[in-house]
Write a protein that binds this ligand. Structure first.
Ligand SMILES: O=C(O)CCC(=O)C(=O)O
Ligand SMILES: [Fe+2]
Length: 192
């Protein structure tokens, strides 16, 4: 659905490249997307509380977004829509520190695998404690199908890099190569 809005606004064709960006007041469809994200996170908080699921014991780490981020106003004030042709992806990175914690990425069109890898620096203690000594370079694959929403905050936002390598041979899920077509993503963030 959102991809239609992006196209309808003429965003991507206005730019010579494959990226469109907006700061400050977001377009109505992005406000609605942001409200849907808020609602989905709120429902998931509510369900885990009311069913007394184990998330309670684990504290806020188990939440898709912690309450202090969920209720900030506005939730997001920067939007980037990216289109990627088959084979194009994004190198491993941590999002810039000019953005606050709590980042959302909506993945549209082609399915793909996003890989997460620990930042290699003074975090070795953390790495040993959390991931085990031998898994420092392990990449954690996450399958994104059309409409998948990635929410990154806390450790995931600051201590883990994310990347999407769509070169032939890198997009495998359960031993099967995923057919790579055009892909669009919408990233929502809040400036510090
Ligand atoms: O396109 C994506 O799914 C990821 C985009 C991203 O990580 C970024 O813009 O920082
Ligand atoms: Fe990113």
């Amino acid at each position: 659905m959102q991809v239609l809005f992006v196209a309808a606004e003429g965003w991507l064709s206005e730019f010579s490249g494959n990226q469109a960006m907006r700061f400050g007041n977001l377009p109505q469809w992005a406000i609605e997307l942001s409200n849907s994200i808020k609602e989905a996170v709120f429902v998931s908080h509510y369900l885990s509380e009311s069913r007394n699921l184990p998330t309670r014991d684990k504290g806020k780490e188990a939440y898709p977004l912690p309450p202090e981020l969920l209720w900030r106003e506005p939730l997001f004030d920067q939007l980037i829509a990216n289109t990627y042709q088959p084979g194009e992806g994004i190198c491993a990175h941590v999002d810039l520190m000019r953005f606050e914690d709590g980042i959302a990425i909506l993945s549209l069109e082609s399915s793909c695998v996003m890989h997460f890898s620990l930042v290699e620096d003074e975090l070795s203690d953390y790495r040993e404690e959390k991931a085990g000594k031998n898994s420092s370079s392990a990449k954690i694959p996450v399958l994104l199908t059309e409409g998948s929403l990635v929410l990154m905050w806390g450790e995931a936002r600051y201590f883990w890099k994310h990347e999407i390598n769509r070169k032939p041979g890198f997009q495998k899920w359960m031993g099967q190569e995923i057919d790579q077509r055009k892909r669009t993503s919408i990233t929502l963030r809040k400036l510090c």
